[in-house]
Design a protein around this ligand. Structure first.
Ligand code: CP
Length: 301
C-alpha cells in the first residue's frame, strides 16, 4: 500500500473491527466537543462536497449525516437509488465512480450486498464512510451507541451489555461487539437459535440473565432479511425475547434500554418502554449528529 492509499484508508471509516481504542476515543471526544457547541452551522467544511449514497433505505442515518454535513458547512449531495440510473441497471461501482469524477470530497455509503464496500474502497480515491454494509458493519451506529453509554455511565470499562434479538442479520451487533470489547465491556448475546450468529464467538444468555445487564440493547427483527418461517409469530417472539414493561421493571434502576431503530413496537419492544425514562432510544438518535460530525470532519481533515 502506498502512503497516499494509507492516508485515504485512515480517513475512511469502513468498520470498527480494525479501528483502535484510541482512535475510537478520539472520535467520541470530538463528538462531545460538537455536542457542546450547539450553534447550528460551523464553516469548517465550507467548499467541501459530501455525497450521501444510499442504495438501501434509511431515515436516521441518512438524515443525521445530512444534518451533520450541513452543520459543518459542507455542500450536500443526496443520491437515492430509487430515482437514479441504478434503475436502468447501472452498477454500484459505476455510480460511485460517477460521483467521484464530479469532484465529491467524501462519500457516505449504505449498501445491501456484502463485500462491495471493501472492494469500492480499494478503487475510489476519496474517503468512504460506511453507513450500513449488509449484515457486516454499521460503524457510526455503534459509535453513537458507545457515545450514549459513555454519556450515561461516565466510562465503558467493566459494563455488561447484552444485545438481544436478531444478531444473525445485525451489522449493529457486529460493530458494537468489535468496539465494546476494546473498552473492556462484557458483551453477551441473547437470541433464538435460528437468529444466532455462528461466526461470532460470544456467550449467549437467557432473557432473564439479559435483564440483569447494565445495558440491554434490543435489535429489530429484520423481516426483510429473513428466509420464510424464521419468525413463528410476533406474540411468541415478544413473550420470549421482547423488552416488555414487566421485564423493564425488573431491571436495575441504573440500567438502560437501547435500540438502534427503526423499532417493531410490541414485537421486540413494548410501546410503554420506547420513551420510558430508562430508554435511551431517542437520545441515541440525537447523538447521531455530533458523532457523525466528528466522523466527517476526520474524513476531510
Ligand atoms: N439505525 C439505523 O441505521 O436507522 P436507519 O435505517 O433509519 O438509518
Amino acid at each position: 500500500m502506498t502512503i497516499t492509499q494509507l492516508a485515504l484508508r485512515q480517513r475512511s471509516l469502513l468498520g470498527l473491527r480494525e479501528l483502535g481504542r484510541e482512535e475510537i476515543t478520539s472520535i467520541l471526544d470530538r463528538a462531545a466537543y460538537w455536542e457542546n457547541h450547539p450553534s447550528k452551522v460551523h464553516g469548517v467544511l465550507q467548499g467541501k462536497f459530501a455525497a450521501n449514497m444510499f442504495f438501501e433505505n434509511s431515515t436516521r442515518t441518512r438524515f443525521s449525516f445530512e444534518v451533520a454535513e450541513k452543520r459543518l458547512g459542507a455542500e450536500v449531495l443526496n443520491f437515492s437509488a430509487a430515482v437514479s440510473s441504478v434503475q436502468k441497471g447501472e452498477s454500484i461501482y459505476d455510480t460511485v465512480r460517477t460521483l467521484e469524477s464530479m469532484g465529491i470530497d467524501v462519500g457516505i455509503i449504505r449498501l445491501k450486498p456484502i463485500g462491495v464496500l471493501a472492494d469500492l474502497a480499494t478503487k475510489i480515491k476519496v474517503p468512504l464512510i460506511n453507513a450500513g454494509d449488509g449484515n457486516n458493519e454499521h460503524p457510526t451506529q455503534a459509535l453513537l451507541d458507545l457515545y450514549t453509554m459513555r454519556g450515561h455511565f461516565g466510562s465503558l470499562e467493566g459494563l455488561t451489555v447484552t444485545i438481544v434479538g436478531d444478531v444473525l442479520h445485525s451489522r449493529v451487533a457486529r460493530s458494537n461487539l468489535y468496539a465494546l470489547r476494546k473498552f473492556g465491556v462484557n458483551v453477551r448475546f441473547c437470541a433464538p437459535s435460528n437468529m444466532q450468529a455462528p461466526d461470532l464467538d460470544v456467550k449467549y444468555v437467557s432473557m432473564e440473565e439479559a435483564i440483569q445487564s447494565d445495558v440491554v440493547m434490543m435489535l429489530r427483527v429484520q423481516l426483510e432479511r429473513h428466509e420464510s418461517g424464521m419468525l413463528s409469530s410476533a406474540e411468541e417472539y415478544r413473550e420470549h425475547y421482547g423488552m416488555t414493561l414487566e421485564r423493564l421493571k425488573r431491571m436495575a434502576s441504573h440500567a438502560i434500554v437501547m435500540h438502534p431503530a427503526p423499532i417493531n413496537r410490541n414485537v421486540e419492544i413494548d410501546d410503554e418502554v420506547v420513551e420510558h425514562p430508562q430508554s435511551r432510544i431517542f437520545p441515541q438518535m440525537a447523538n447521531g449528529v455530533p458523532v457523525r460530525m466528528a466522523v466527517i470532519e476526520r474524513a476531510l481533515s
